[in-house]
Structures are given as structure tokens and as C-alpha cells.
Design a binder for this molecule. Structure first.
Ligand SMILES: *Cc1c(COP(=O)(O)O)cnc(C)c1O
Length: 436
């Protein structure tokens, strides 16, 4: 049986990123200073981020040029990535639906995260920064930033959530190979880390704590800036390279999706995948696509959180962001989809959910692994545990189309592969009844 791939030529790689913010129907609520509760200004962010990224963070320009150096780096990331049809999954399901997926698993670190890591490292290097500091959960973001830092000649310091550092050492090795310095968080090298450890010496850490440590480290070191892998507007902007390629691929194959599906941790792969299409809709272009954002039932920020101002980190050092949140002190349970363990969600995505433009959904861990296993067996790709959340919903919709005998077109974002997440798959397989 054939495998259909819709490919773009290298020259069709987008020359500009897309920014959704000017197309929102209701203006995006601004970040607030926690003590005065008035909107923060660019100067409040200048200790953490380079000027150009702050400019992009608050930009009202619909398009932002991609620097030639970053476009060249995107070739290293195997961009443009294919839009592939899941022919084998379709035939296994005996569904009349057509299922397509965008292949963000093909980057050197195995996820969409380098799309923004390379842009961020480029602007920092251009402005004379010498070191980037960041946090990472399972290590996808840390490995993307480590590679991007090496590429643009920067040092890279990563605070890695302790539980992952101990249980999932492989991404730590990846980061070390790319030249990054990796410290388990909570650590003894920041005041905040020390205070957490004083209360609980065996603390397993969390993304919120690691963010606090990375910010404190940044402020305490010269020529050092901070980099964030999701949530912020400039990250969503860089990821739009995914969706702009997709728009060209859909046009080339004459496809109009009934559903577009992405998983959500902080919201960046969903944003990159769907915002160019959503923006066209908000600007009046006709279409009936439903946009579905999928999160884990155990970290249900969009489906059960409050839409309110909250801190991005546990030590409450960041500005307040208006977002769907479970509270900055929420400690997510140790699910295997480490990239989805965040208490909040991007302000732009939160605004779209609040407006009813994007429908949030939550799915359970075992049903996701089951969907991931079926995808691996039929399509030959082991998906990241995060990405299985989108796959699970795509399969459910394909089975629904079979029941109703309708030819739906379903497109989802394959945000990454799961070849460094086999421990999660192993515990899933061990929990299954034998000889299944
Ligand atoms: C980090 C990550 C996610 C979640 O982050 P978003 O910002 O919501 O995209 C999803 N999938 C993979 C493979 C990841 O590495």
C-alpha cells in the first residue's frame, strides 16, 4: 500500500513568521506587574530577554521576517517537513476518514522545539549575549536549546527537573553532547533551590521550580539571558513556520480539514500548527474546520482551570499572565508526557479557548499510550507520549466518521517522536494483560 506525502521544495520554506495577536477579536490582556498590577513595560523584561525578542513579544505586526541565518538553520532541522497521510492507520481502522499528520518528529532532537530555540539563540548571539539559561522537564526543550546554542556559539545552562534527571538520563546525555551544562533542580546553586531543599531534601522538582531557578541564575550572571520554550507570544510566532507550511501543503493537495488537532502543554506546537489557519478564519476567510486542543486529564488547565491572572513559576518571580491555570503552586502528577506537565497555558491560546474558537479536550494516559501503540504498529513511527494525545482524538474522530459513514478530513500535529521515552511505553506495556 502506498504512503502519501505532501512535500514542499526548500524554496517554499516560509520567509516570514505569522503573529496571531493583531488578528484576535478581543485585545490580548497584557502581562501585569505583580506588585502594582499595572501592565509591564519592555524595560521590565530587558534583564531576561534580548531586545528583538521583547519587540516580538509585544508586536502588533501580522508578519515578522525570518532572518536568513535562521532560515538556513531551518534546513538543518529538515524543514519544510512533510505532511503525511496515515494510509495504514486508516485501512486498519476501516474508516472513510482521511487522516494526515505534520511531521515535527523529524528535527535532530525529535520535536518542534528547535523551531523557536534556533530563532532565540540567533537573536541573543546577535545582541552579544554569551550564555543562555533555561529549565527543562523531560529534556525536549533543553536539548533543542543546547543544540541551538552550540550552532550560534553560546554557552547553555539547563536546570532539569530532578525526577527526570534521575529517571530519564538519556536527554541529559544529549544535552551534554551538544555542550550544555545540566544541573538537577532543585539545586544548591540558587537561593531558591536551597530554600526548597531545606524544606525537603529529596524534592523531585517541578517545571515551576526550575523556571524560578533559571531566572535567578540569569539575573545573577553577566551577559546571560533566559530562554523559554513555550507559553510566550514570541515562541508562538516562531512556531508558525509549521502552520504556514501546512497551509501551502493543504492548498497543494486541495484539502479542507474538518478537524485540526494538537496536544497542549504550554501551547506552542498547537499554536504553530493551527494559528495561521485560525488567523485566516478570524480575518473573515470562510471555512468549517474545528480546532481541537488536547491536554491530559491529570493536568487539565484548559478544561478545568480558571481563566485568570497567575504567575508562570512557583517562586512567583515572573509577571502575571492571563491564562487558563491550575495555580502556580499546582504540582502536576508524574505522567509520562513530561512536556504536558505545566500548570498554565499560553495567553493567546487561553484567549482563543475563552472565545470558543478552539475547543479544549482532555484524554487519559492509558488510552493515549494505546493510541500511540496502534500508530507505531501501523505507521512505523513511535510517537512522543505528548503527541499521542492528538493521535487518540484523531482515531476517535476517524471511528466516529466510520459509524456515521462520512468522509471527514482529519489533520493532527505529530509534535515529536518517542524514541527517548521508551520507559513510559514500557510501564504501559507491563500494565497490560498478557497476550493481548
Ligand atoms: C514540549 C513538547 C510538547 C508540549 O509543549 P507545547 O508548548 O504545548 O507544544 C508537546 N510535544 C512534544 C513532543 C514536546 O516536546
Amino acid at each position: 500500500m502506498k504512503t502519501e506525502k505532501i512535500l514542499l521544495d526548500p524554496e517554499e520554506l516560509p520567509k516570514r513568521w505569522y503573529n496571531l495577536v493583531p488578528d484576535l477579536r478581543v485585545p490580548l490582556p497584557p502581562p501585569l506587574n505583580p506588585s502594582t498590577r499595572s501592565p509591564i513595560g519592555p524595560e521590565d523584561l530587558s534583564r531576561l530577554f534580548p531586545k528583538e525578542l521583547i519587540r516580538q513579544e509585544v508586536s502588533m505586526d501580522r508578519y515578522i521576517d525570518i532572518p536568513e541565518e535562521v532560515r538556513e538553520a531551518y534546513m538543518l532541522l529538515n524543514r519544510p517537513t512533510p505532511l503525511q497521510r496515515a494510509n495504514h492507520l486508516e485501512s486498519y481502522l476501516k474508516t472513510p476518514a482521511r487522516i494526515y499528520f505534520k511531521r515535527e518528529d523529524l528535527s535532530p532532537t525529535g520535536s518542534h522545539k528547535p523551531n523557536t530555540a534556533f530563532a532565540q539563540a540567533y537573536y541573543n548571539a546577535r545582541e552579544g549575549v554569551e550564555q543562555l539559561a533555561t529549565e527543562t522537564g523531560a529534556g525536549q526543550w533543553g536539548s533543542a536549546l543546547a543544540l541551538a546554542s552550540a550552532y550560534f556559539g553560546l554557552d547553555c545552562k539547563v536546570f532539569m527537573v530532578r525526577a527526570s534527571y534521575d529517571q530519564k538520563p538519556y536527554r541529559k546525555h544529549v544535552m551534554n553532547l551538544f555542550g550544555a551544562d545540566v544541573t538537577p533542580s532543585p539545586s544548591t546553586i540558587t537561593g531558591y533551590g536551597q530554600s526548597v531543599l531545606a524544606e525537603r531534601p529529596d524534592h523531585p522538582g517541578s517545571l515551576g521550580i526550575a523556571i524560578s531557578e533559571a531566572i535567578e541564575y540569569t539575573v545573577g550572571h553577566t551577559n546571560t539571558k533566559y530562554a523559554l520554550g513555550s507559553v510566550l507570544n514570541h515562541v508562538m510566532v516562531h512556531q508558525s513556520v509549521i502552520g504556514q507550511e501546512l497551509v501551502q501543503q493543504l492548498a497543494q493537495a486541495d484539502l479542507a480539514p474538518d478537524y485540526m488537532i494538537g496536544c497542549v502543554g504550554g501551547g506552542s506546537n498547537f499554536a504553530g500548527f493551527a494559528y495561521p489557519m485560525i488567523g485566516a478564519r478570524l480575518s473573515g476567510q470562510a471555512g468549517s474546520t474545528e480546532f481541537l486542543a488536547v491536554e491530559p486529564t491529570l493536568v487539565p488547565s484548559m478544561t478545568e482551570g480558571e481563566y485568570d491572572y497567575d504567575f508562570g513559576d512557583t517562586a512567583q518571580m515572573t509577571p502575571l499572565l492571563k491564562m487558563y491555570t491550575l495555580g502556580s503552586s499546582f504540582v502536576p502528577p508524574p505522567i509520562h508526557a513530561g512536556g504536558l506537565r505545566y500548570h498554565g497555558c499560553a495567553p493567546t491560546l487561553s484567549a482563543l479557548v475563552d472565545a470558543g474558537t478552539v475547543r479544549p479536550m482532555a484524554v487519559g494516559q492509558d488510552e493515549c499510550f494505546e493510541a500511540g501503540r496502534l500508530f507505531a504498529r501501523t505507521e512505523g513511527i513511535i510517537p512522543a507520549p505528548e503527541s499521542t494525545h492528538a493521535i487518540k482524538v484523531a482515531i476517535d474522530l476517524a471511528l466516529e466518521a466510520k459509524r456515521t459513514e462520512t468522509e471527514k478530513t482529519i489533520v493532527f500535529n505529530l509534535s515529536g517522536h518517542g524514541l527517548l521515552d521508551l520507559a513510559g511505553y514500557a510501564s504501559f506495556l507491563e500494565g497490560l494483560p498478557k497476550a493481548s
